[in-house]
Design a binder for this molecule. Structure first.
Ligand code: PLP
Length: 406
């Protein structure tokens, strides 16, 4: 089994730490603290206890009888949608906040696009008594008023970022700027397996509880491993969180699903691996990985109906395993994700997040041609409650009753 990353945070050619000198000290401190904490039983116990009693772990592995019947193969969902705040992001937020405590920090900063990560950070900030500051593009604040309000209810301070495209990547730049000036008392709580070392490895570690549970649960239910595991990939944290426990089981196919937006050929998407023309290795926000860029290396604006998948780069660990051939990648368009969302809702009574619906849609494609005895596990990264107004806008488009999906 290949052990990753190396001491410089590299996953093969990918990863590393491309940051200004002013952040080197903070990253070094974080590295030491994280790698010692993860071996410290008292830290691990506190983390386990908070995941259990505050976040709601372990999450169930639900067997979907109705879907299984329709497709004539076995389909299971790993239910991260049932966690506190509605998605897997809380796993990482709790881990890093406890680490920040251990380092003696009193202030948390974070960036957020759709607001889901901001809500998770504001939540743990309140629980653990931090001063919490969230950076968000002014355009995203406009689009995500309810999540902004949720963060404010939790006592967080939301900063509007007016530079650049006024979205996630500009919020990250601003958060990094804050951190440069505040490292002494502040922890930057990054939301996915992105950014400079040790973030990609650390976030993957805090999310790997998903795969450890899923492995135990499927063995208990079926007495064997699944044939395929499918997860959506924004930065890649929920995906690597479930995949890590199965990397050395060559018989288990691991499949990541990117946002195909309006279609790869339209240029309006976030398929870093799927767009062979624009998706090329490069540095963004401190790490070397696949990035959507123009011929001059300028970052291309992405599009997805799922805000959590709408980012121009992908985690370096995914880049490595993709080039290595261990993790397969594909993409699902907005309209296909919407159809899968409605199908799951009506067949199983579970409303998935738009992000998770990308994984569902591809899993349904795979299920069409699977054998009866095959098992597919889908990581249901979050619930769809946050998307309800957007869904109504897109699907209803008036005041007519919603027709049943086919
Ligand atoms: C943020 C988010 C994602 C995408 O982030 P990853 O780091 O790729 O997991 C996926 N699903 C949901 C529900 C999210 O909130």
């Amino acid at each position: 089994m290949i052990h990753l990353p190396d001491e410089h945070g590299r996953f093969g050619a990918f990863g590393g730490a491309f940051v200004p000198e002013t952040l080197i000290y903070a990253l070094e401190e974080l590295k030491q603290s994280f790698y010692s904490a993860k071996e410290d039983p008292s830290f691990c116990n506190t983390l386990d206890s908070m995941l259990r009693h505050f976040a709601g772990r372990p999450t169930p592995l639900t067997c979907c009888e109705n879907l299984s019947h329709k497709f004539d193969c076995k389909i299971y969902l790993k239910r991260e949608d049932l966690l506190h705040t509605g998605a897997h992001k809380i796993n990482n937020a709790i881990g890093q906040a406890l680490l920040a405590k251990r380092m003696g920090k009193t202030r948390l900063i974070a960036e957020t696009g759709a607001g889901q990560h901001g809500v998770a950070v504001a939540t743990v900030g309140a629980k653990l008594g931090f001063e919490t500051e969230i950076y968000m593009g002014s355009k995203d604040i406009e689009r995500q008023r309810l999540n902004v309000f949720r963060m404010e209810l939790m006592g967080a301070n939301v900063h509007s970022v007016n530079s650049g495209s006024k979205t996630l990547k500009d919020a990250i730049n601003e958060a990094l700027r804050d951190w440069t000036a505040s490292v002494e008392n502040t922890h930057y709580l990054l939301g996915s397996v992105l950014g400079p070392h040790p973030y990609p490895d650390m976030v993957a570690h805090f999310q790997s509880v998903i795969g450890r549970e899923a492995r135990e649960q499927i063995l208990e239910a079926e007495e064997r491993l699944p044939n395929m595991i499918v997860a959506c990939v924004g930065g890649g944290s929920n995906a690597i969180g479930i995949f890590r426990s199965f990397l050395s089981d060559a018989e288990v196919r691991l499949i990541g699903v990117e946002a195909g937006g309006s279609g790869i050929e339209t240029g309006k998407h976030a398929a870093r691996f799927g767009d062979l023309k624009s998706g090329r290795p490069g540095v963004l926000h401190g790490t070397y990985s696949y990035v959507l860029q123009d011929p001059f290396g300028q970052i291309i604006e992405t599009h997805s109906v799922a805000a959590g998948l709408d980012y121009p780069a992908v985690g370096p660990e995914h880049a490595f395993w993709r080039d290595f051939g261990r993790i397969e990648f594909t993409s699902v368009r907005d309209d296909e994700a919407l159809e899968a969302l409605r199908f799951l809702s009506q067949t199983e009574g579970i409303l998935p997040a738009l992000e998770s619906a990308h994984a569902l849609s591809h899993a349904f494609r795979l299920a069409e041609t699977a054998d009866r005895h095959e098992i597919i596990v889908i990581n249901l990264s979050g619930r769809g409650d946050k998307d309800i107004f957007e869904l109504e806008r897109i699907l209803r488009g008036g005041h007519e009753p919603l027709r049943p999906a086919v």
